[in-house]
Design a protein around this ligand. Structure first.
Ligand code: HEM
Length: 441
């Protein structure tokens, strides 16, 4: 199978600017662009369609996704290289695909519904060593088992004091420097970055390089060549660390533990490290910064958190559902013909499971476009589902559960330092998020 060809110019979604953005410098409470009116359903879209990517409101997925879901949970999708596949927008169908071993995650067959310029280095070829997200059983099972012990709920709970200390240290530094601050650079990015570095045993001093490489990997603006080169550099860096870990008994952290496992090759350990390092900080950083922005834009919901009316874990679950930062979904390929939602998917056809659309399915979450931190949002698909469900989810939850209350307790008057419509949003990244979030207090 060939990898995606040249990409169309991906529209850079920007939030629609409200008619009269309030001047937040003088307003008692920040107000964000009002929730958009119910999207008008376009007259029967001709099938197949390209993946809708243009957002009309900062926190909502493109409105055409809801129209497609109403039509059917499974519709024809035209991929950037012109070939036809399937788009899953319904919650139950998304879960069914992700739980079904007949749908392969192997990168040889994966196609992405939005492509970067050039040939995507991640797809069309066998998985890179250690990149279990691109593998099926039994290779996937073998590698996942090696990691499972490091990410149990119990292990994550034991990390909580350390996460709290890291959060507090960054809040103190922010307070000392004074307003305004960039919540991304000063808080949302360094906190998960430091946590994953400590967990893996990667020197935090090296962050400038690995943060740049992982940002390139996830940026749709980076060319395929740039992404491939970032991947090579990340791999070389981690290979060097693993080799040093194999030589030194003093080395600490998950990478050093894995380095002692004779059943894993150096390439596999380095690949696992690259995957955990990049997935482990970009995603959580996006969820933290976008979560703070969403709460600032929904003051009544924020009050329910700060007053203690709703526990932080419920707020985190609802933010994960509402924001679903894997904005283009996850790719799968049926290894045999499968009948689903009344349609027959042929072996080898590309499938995109659109997680943001599934998490806004009114059949599963009543009034899904409303941020309601008091609802029971459990069962959402922000971390995927099935055997590839996010291995770092307990860590991400712990970081969010600790960071949100601590941030708003330290800065009760926290508000955006620019009109919310001017906050640059990440429609150009695989993970949705904010590039910068200027705040004052
Ligand atoms: C809010 C933050 C996060 C979100 C929204 C998120 C989301 C996801 C999703 C949707 C998948 C499934 C991909 C698929 O099915 O193809 C996934 C897998 C994965 N995630 Fe996360 N993730 C987050 C944080 C983390 C963290 C903190 C780590 C590491 C410490 C991590 C490591 C991984 C790995 C290794 C996989 C692949 C698992 C497998 O294939 O078995 N993620 N994540």
């Amino acid at each position: 199978m060939t990898a995606p060809g040249p990409a169309p110019d991906l529209p850079r979604p920007r939030p629609a600017r409200p008619p009269d953005p309030p001047d937040l410098a003088h307003a008692p409470e920040p107000r964000c662009p009002p929730d958009p009116p119910e999207p008008r359903r376009p007259p029967d879209p001709p099938e197949p369609r390209e993946l809708p990517v243009r957002r009309t409101a900062p926190f909502d997925p493109p409105p055409e996704l809801a129209a497609l879901r109403e039509e059917s949970p499974l519709t024809r999708l035209r991929y950037p290289d012109g070939h036809l596949g399937w788009l899953v927008t319904g919650y139950a169908t998304a879960r069914a695909v992700l739980a079904d071993p007949r749908f392969s995650a192997r990168s040889e067959f994966k196609r992405v519904p939005v492509a970067r310029p050039g040939t995507d280095p991640f797809y069309g070829a066998p998985a890179l060593p250690g990149w279990l997200v691109d593998m099926d059983a039994p290779e996937h099972t073998r590698l996942r088992r090696r990691l499972a012990g490091a990410f149990t709920a119990h292990r994550m709970r034991s990390l909580e004091p350390r996460i709290s200390a890291i959060v507090d240290r960054h809040l103190t530094a922010m307070a000392r420097r004074g307003a305004p601050a960039d919540l991304v650079a000063d808080f949302a990015l360094p906190v998960p970055s430091l946590v994953i570095c400590e967990l893996l045993g990667v020197p935090y001093e090296d962050r400038a390089d690995f943060q740049r490489h992982s940002a390139t990997l996830f940026s749709l603006d980076a060319s395929a060549d740039q992404a491939a080169s970032a991947m090579r550099e990340l791999d070389a860096y981690l290979t060097d660390l693993v080799l040093r870990g194999r030589r030194s008994a003093a080395a600490e952290g998950l990478l050093a533990d894995l380095a002692g496992d004779a059943d894993l090759t150096v390439g596999e350990i380095a690949g696992l490290g690259a995957l955990l390092l990049s997935a482990g900080h970009e995603t959580t950083a996006g969820s933290l910064s976008l979560g703070v922005f969403a709460l600032l834009c929904h003051p009544a919901q924020l009050d329910r958190l700060t007053s203690g009316a709703v526990p932080p874990e419920a707020v985190v679950e609802e933010l994960l559902r509402y924001l679903t930062i894997f904005q283009f979904g996850v790719p799968r390929t049926p290894s045999q013909d499968v009948t689903l939602a009344g349609r027959t998917l042929r072996a080898g056809e590309s499938v995109t499971v659109c997680l943001p659309a599934a998490n806004r399915d009114p059949g599963r979450f009543p009034d899904p476009d409303r941020l309601d931190v008091g609802r029971r949002a459990t069962g959402h698909l922000a971390f995927g589902h099935g055997v590839h469900q996010c291995i770092g989810q307990n860590l991400a939850r712990a970081e969010m559960r600790i960071a949100f209350p601590a941030l708003f307790a330290r800065f009760p008057g926290l508000r955006p330092a620019v009109p919310p419509a001017e906050v640059p949003l990440g429609g150009d990244m695989g993970f949705y998020g904010v590039h910068r979030l200027p705040v004052t207090w």
